[in-house]
Design a protein around this ligand. Structure first.
Ligand code: AMP
Length: 402
């Protein structure tokens, strides 16, 4: 296998990993889950596409990483790339140094569920592999190009200047990957305006002008924006005082309700899974039908809204589990966007095979693409860029010293 990068995404009780090399077919990937419990295990795909299932009872993050890395050491990864959700004001991928780790820790209040888990993984891999270059790639970094009028909230200025309250945006690696890929696929459109809809269990939209994010639907946290699997997306912030005053709810209960019990699950009272909702709707379940309708309408509204950040709309990209797989959701969403001259080809939309990329517009208006996202591939690519840059700097310094 050619030079490879090990990509790690640590959650509170799970670790996703992927060994990314030049050929996508060679990718080795998996998930260590239920960490810390008797059911801890690794499930994945090994070289050549063979399935792997390994029980690692009571393994913690370090033990699980050690197991994964021992199995992969024969492939000699060139570096490790860590997905980190919140990079605060960091604008690009960075080599992990004590200073960068401190900055990830400092951003913890902004991503209390994610950053502590990433730090556990970083700590473990730094101890296990002190000689391998390690890089943090941030979900927020791509959106650091947003102008102030897109990232500031209309709240007192000191909350921004003293407490970093602003819109950050997430899913940056996905929006960056698919928009870059769309430019490659569409040719001659290096400069231009793209709208990107990442629709999975977590969902967001992004407006990209000449390769840079100019607006996005998520904000201070990944709760803002469009309807998601269990997250509400935008609500009137007064819902907090309404629920506190009328139902006696505390902040934690409200937070949990908005993050874990709302969205498609909350609206349908059935499921956060779009497939289940489409099936239920076909069988006449009205709550499922409404959940789908709200999802598509609010998505279209968000795309129309962030299009204000673009001088021109040249194309739209659907990605994520729902965006890549559901022709029905794509068509319904486009039906709420009649005023942008988009012309969806129903035929191409319906014929697009799952998991493949393809263009689904009729050829007259802005392009419409379905592009399977590849966050691991993008993280590996950014990691390589950082490592190559550092190597080049080292050689220049060595030559200067001679
Ligand atoms: P992700 O978080 O990107 O893995 O996406 C998960 C979401 O994709 C879930 O809501 C799934 O129901 C949805 N999904 C996957 N396949 C399909 C499909 N064929 N039709 C509709 N939704 C799908």
């Amino acid at each position: 296998m050619s030079t490879s990068v090990l990509v790690i995404n640590c959650g509170s009780s799970s670790i996703k990993y992927a060994l990314v090399s030049d050929r996508r077919e060679d990718r080795i990937y998996g998930l260590a889950e239920n960490l810390g419990s008797a059911e801890a295990r690794i499930k994945g795909i090994t070289f050549g596409g063979q399935p792997l299932e390994l029980s690692i009872p009571y393994a913690d993050h370090e033990k699980a990483l050690e197991t994964v890395l021992n199995r992969l050491s024969q492939y000699r990864p060139q570096a490790i790339g860590h997905r980190v959700v919140h990079g605060g004001s960091l604008t690009k991928a960075e080599r992990l140094t004590p200073e960068i780790i401190d900055r990830i820790r400092a951003a913890t209040p902004l991503a209390p569920l994610h950053n502590p888990a990433h730090l556990i993984g970083i700590d473990a891999t730094m101890r296990l592999f002190p000689d391998l270059p390690q890089v943090a790639v941030f979900d927020t970094a791509f959106h650091q190009t947003m102008p102030a009028h897109a990232y500031r909230y209309a709240v007192p200025k000191f909350l921004y200047t003293e407490h970093n309250v602003r819109r950050y945006g997430f899913h940056g690696t996905s929006h960056a990957y698919v928009s870059n890929r769309a430019v490659q696929l569409s040719e001659h459109m290096e400069k231009g305006g793209w709208l990107s809809a990442h629709l999975g269990n977590g969902s967001s939209t992004c407006a990209i002008w000449n390769g840079q994010s100019v607006d996005t639907s998520m904000g201070l946290t990944p709760l803002e924006g469009i309807v998601m699997g269990t997250r509400s997306g935008d609500v009137d912030p007064s819902i907090h005082s309404f629920l506190a005053n009328n139902l006696g709810w505390g902040i934690e209960k409200i937070d949990k309700m908005l993050n874990s019990e709302s969205g498609l699950l909350g609206l349908s009272a059935l499921s956060n899974d779009m497939r289940t909702l489409i099936e239920a709707s076909e069988q006449g379940n009205e709550d499922a039908t409404l959940a789908i309708e709200v999802f598509c309408y609010r998505l279209a509204k968000s795309l129309a809204g962030i299009s204000c950040g673009l001088p021109r709309v040249d194309g739209l990209i659907f990605t994520g589990g729902i965006g890549e797989n559901s022709a029905y959701i794509r068509e319904k969403t486009m039906s709420y966007l009649p005023h942008f001259a988009f012309e969806l080809s129903k035929e191409k939309n319906n014929e697009l095979k799952r998991g493949t990329e393809g263009r689904i517009d009729g050829g007259t208006g802005p392009q419409i693409w379905v592009i399977p996202t590849d966050e691991e591939g993008r993280i590996a690519q950014e990691t390589r860029t950082v490592v190559d840059h550092l190597t080049a700097q080292d050689s220049t310094a060595a030559v200067a010293a001679v």
